[in-house]
Ligand binder design. Sequence first.
Ligand code: PBG
Length: 337
Amino acid sequence: MLFPAYRPRRLRRTENIRRMVRETELSVSDFIYPMFVIPGRGIREEINSMPGIFRQSIDKLIEEIKEVKDLGIRAVLLFGIPERKDEIGSEGYDEDGIIQRALREIKREIKDILLITDVCMCEYTSHGHCGIIKASSPHSLGGEEGDVSNDETLQYLARIALSHAKSGADIVAPSDMMDGRVGAIREALDENGFNGIGILSYSAKYSSAFYGPFREAAESAPQFGDRRGYQMDPPNVREALREISLDIEEGADIVMVKPALSYLDVIRAARERFDYPIAAYNVSGEYSMVKAAARLGWIDESRVMMEILTSIKRAGADIILTYFAKDAARVLNSHGK
Ligand code: PBG
């Protein structure tokens, strides 16, 4: 038999060796846990399509944030579901809006949890779009096509972000995809003495069907048209890099790719190009699919979850926004480290 003198061979993979040569390590501090807050007291209702995720009033939210913190998770992302919706989403920047009240109450009760707020208009507008609808839009006359006015929207977004900062947000996260909003928000924050407040920008946010369950949760489905006019077209990756570099120029501190799973190549490309912290949003549909298949007994939920989260980190994300944060933290905390 002809063997070369030396044959490359793989290490035998015992658990100790696997641990030693592992290239990607998930950590509980990578996670940001998204949460939904609604008006009222004592309310905690599970979202149908997102088992384990709740829409809850501030008091219940605070209880869950304590639990989140005890698991070692350091940050939550808050979405507000307002009492009232109108054409301009005015509760979004109201000092007594749902998010502003939540921020103040959480700050009073809990120390040392990073509070990140979603800055967008779709949950607050009666039409469900992420911005102001042009007066000339056929929609305002009952037509089919909605037309969001980018430039008019910027001042509203800046106003929302500023009101969140005033109420205690540590980081604001614009998710609307209007051009120039990072710059507008940065300027408004700095002018008002909030230069220490960070911006996590949803830089490359695709127009995705994976947001379906979220729209049910946040009651934010557009009432007409869709978001293709301002969200990114899924086939594009170079455009994502352009969007990210613009956001960095405008002053974003962390840039995000969303969704995560169908866009792992975008995360990788961003990682190779930019020396900035990169976040990835493992969105509602990605969560629901796993939960649904697990309920049917078709997959091993816990292993699939960890494999997915690891793939997002391996692709290059430093930070993962995920509804799995608590479940994954439990798994990580139970591993003898
Ligand atoms: C918009 C927003 C959306 C999500 C986060 N912020 C939905 C959308 O653009 O329709 C989706 C998050 C998810 O699916 O988990 N404010």
